[in-house]
Design a binder for this molecule. Sequence first.
Ligand code: ZN
Ligand code: ZN
Length: 585
Amino acid sequence: MTNADVAALFDRLADLLEYDGENAFRVRAYRAAARTIADQIESLGAIRADDTRSLTDLEGIGRDLAAKIGTILDTGRLPLLDELSGKVPADVFDLLRIPGLGPKKVRQLVDGLGIDSLDSLEEACRGGRVRGVKGFGEKTEAAILKNLAFVRGTAVQRQLWEDADQVVAEVLAWMRGCPAVERIEAAGSWRRGCETVGDIDLVAVATDAVAVMEHFRRWDHTTDVIASGVTKSSIRGPRGMQIDLRVVVSAAFGAAWLYFTGSKEHNIRVRSRAREHGWSLNEYGFQPVDPPAAAQPPTAETEAEVYHALGLAWIPPELREGRDELALAAEVRLPRLVEEQDIRGDLHMHTTDTDGEDTLTDMVRGARERGLEYIAITDHSQRVSMAHGLDETRLLRQWDRIDRLNETLAAEGPAPIVVLKGIEVDMLERGGLDLHDHVLARADWVVASLHYGQSQPRERITERILEAIRHPAVRVIGHPTGRLINRRPAYDVDMEAVIAAAALAGTFLEINAHPSRLDLDDHHAAAARRAGVRMVISTDAHSVRGLGVMRCGVLQARRAGLTSVDVVNALGWNDFRNLLGPRST
Ligand SMILES: [Zn+2]
Ligand SMILES: [Zn+2]
């Protein structure tokens, strides 16, 4: 059970209690607990396992809640929730998922109109009956209709890119084992490197389509065959993900791969450009718009052929979002996107000195095996007490160990790795940083992050971050918006002001590569680039394994159109060392 799982159970309990008419105070207590738990960096299991601490140390967690958490951790269940769930009709859970429609309102609809399903709610809205219920109006009715579509569209939650990537790798490996497959590739939002992926799309060329489809359905991980045809089949695979497979003719592979990669907006623009050239374009290739056309339609065996026929350079999938990529491709001005092999250093990671799983030496060895030239060790500062954050004494002791480690490494000869003495220092709720300036001034590398007080008003949060940006010791702002994909929205912050201040101070902004952070996102990173801010792609690894998420951060940077010049840790060690020299501001 992750903290997020436990938090979700308490949230659901709060929903059901509220639906049941329980007193507001009790409902609020469960909601507050859910928030505290979700915000916790360290796992509840680890806190409970530590004899020197107790779950009741957490804000808003008393004895009763601590006992319930214990039960959840041991059994994966919350008996009170099971009991309540049994009393509430199953369809109510569907209704509770509609954004903006809390438990109290759902109850009103159930009691007042006899609503018992998403369908009956839709009917009631269309019939104008919902506006007759006290507290509901025409506007609410319209909002419910819109949100109904949202709930139906997200019946299966979109997966984080990295999780989807695992499924893609497995299904491709299986399909490539089929002798009838000549070529098979994955497309869709996975290929565009999107933060989350809904369905997985596969496009194949085959000598025998029937055999390929049969092989597909026979996959070990197929839990359900949704559709089965000769050119298209759909299955449900790992993580409940739908996987669609199309078999196309080799002559149209490029058109099909492009078509199923999307995005929709990109495809619309490509098709309209094809029409300007006198062709219609779909997954089967080019056709003349007005037959009989004089010229033979262009070939579409590769994506490059399709783009070239339209006077465009091949566009990397990460840029195919229907923004300015066609204009850039037409003028041959597409950026040379940063690649994972450009990355030479990793400047945000944790060790067992705080909440990491691996020791300092393990992390250094792991980074070295990945071929990195330099890393920064950036454990938490003391404010992050649940993660055993470092105070001045412990930090200086760690830095001594790093000094000795660097000497040993240098003595080992060729291609040593340089370990920088860093810290992830907290921006305090009241303003200011969590360590004295004279300590921070001695660091090689300071990441400043905001972990607490995330619900403060916009001006307050923005001010805290601006203060850190202007601090002379701070090099980079860690995970600048604090969002956790599928779990927690960003805190309210004026990113325009943050980017402007970072540009002015020469402070970098992080693209945190953790698959559930990817923070900055592509829009913010693109805006930062336009403003002349350089970025650092960091893994924020809490284990040697965690160093592997760099590729996710690189994908996000590519989606923002970043080149290696925009990425500080694409510098080799010598250039990076020069950059570390005293700043001009
Ligand atoms: Zn952090
Ligand atoms: Zn961190």
